[in-house]
Design a protein around this ligand. Sequence first.
Ligand code: 6PG
Length: 471
Amino acid sequence: EQYNYGVIGLGVMGRNLLYNIADNGFAVAGFDLDAEKVKELHAGATPGTMVTGTASIQDFVAALESPRKIILMVPAGKPVDAVLENITPLLTKGDIVVDAGNSYFKDTDRRIADLASKDLHFMGMGVSGGEKGARRGPSIMPGGDLEAFKLLKPMLESIAAKVDGEACTAYMGKSSAGNYVKMVHNGIEYAIMQLISEAYDLLRKGANLNNDQLYEVFKEWNNGEMNSFLIEITRDIFQQKDDLTNGYLVDQILDKAGAKGTGKWTSEQAMEIGVSIPTIDIAVTSRILSAYKDERVQAAKLYSEKQITKPDNVELFIKEVGEALYLATLISYAQGLALLVKASEEYGFDIPLKDVVKIWRGGCIIRSVLLEKFYSAYTQDENLTNILLNKEISEIVKSKIKSLRNTAAYAVNNGISSLGLQTALGYFDAYTTESLPVNLIQAQRDYFGAHTYRRIDREGVFHTSWGNENN
Ligand code: 6PG
């Protein structure tokens, strides 16, 4: 009973999170079904820290102080249920189980109810930052039972990334809000990665930049207002040599993107609760399309007339691609955050948007200096429905919109696929249009299906017998 925390699942993420907790002065026990991982655990710990690997789930439970605080870092889905089935009979009233994986929020709701019926607390907690983040300071998005959260808070604050001395963790809201916020984080992550890949494509195919030049461009971007984790790692990717060919590794990687589901869930959710997040949607579907490699090869041969015209002023082109990427990224955050606003209402999460952007400033994959601007926007108005409505944000948008238009137009005219940039621009144009042409859609719906319409000049619901009376 001497260990403060327990971690189940000693894969890279689980092990690193465990070491991080131990480095911050807590005693931590670890368990994994793979006995090898348990055996190796102690050897990897910082000397002097209190870390133990337990041989059985019984030993694991017995090693923990009361109330037990157990963190699960196992793959989402069935593995989580399997662990819960094994462990809950061994737990006692008041014990807390925290799921730190990328679990689907509805699974978390079900598990919360299930464990509550046994007087146990279950919490869903998003953790972002990859392997290094888990070890040195992730962004942590816990939600659910407030009392249980308070017990964990000091530990979470000590292990989380810090920005200006403030921990990148905060209570994200009721029930499965922690998983929901992490899911949307990943949706935004998909969108930004899509946009960066499009900028890369424009620079290599349009401006003919090689990897060394791409490195320089991304370096410059990262040194300025686009400073962010994803731009930074992209910069470094262009420098990575390949041991097998002596060329650059990025050029040898097959262009089929993988996905584990969080992006898809974000899009499904947005459709379900009626929020428009086209740039995230397109990022999900672009990964799907990338998998049709064989068909793309055939189609490229069949339609091979694509001619790319080099931009007249390459320097200006690069600058505009950068501004387009910056703005489209901003618009992707806007879409994701708008989804959180709606979900908070829809599911009664009470998500504090201001805290969300605050804790995304450090540790997580989508950290960027842009988040500072969102943080100040929510500080001015915590109930902002869309960050595009903030005055300061609108000034940024206005200063970059021309670059986004020029870049999108160049891509269209030269047949360089740029689904992310196009949808970010399209979303912006629709969102900022006072009168959309959907009056016509309403007329059509009423015409063929008597679906009715509303009028701009009077209240009520109307139906018209359209066209010729004799039709
Ligand atoms: C993070 C990442 C992490 C993981 C993604 C990858 O925040 O640390 O988002 O959770 O790398 O789930 O997702 P895909 O495999 O779907 O790209």
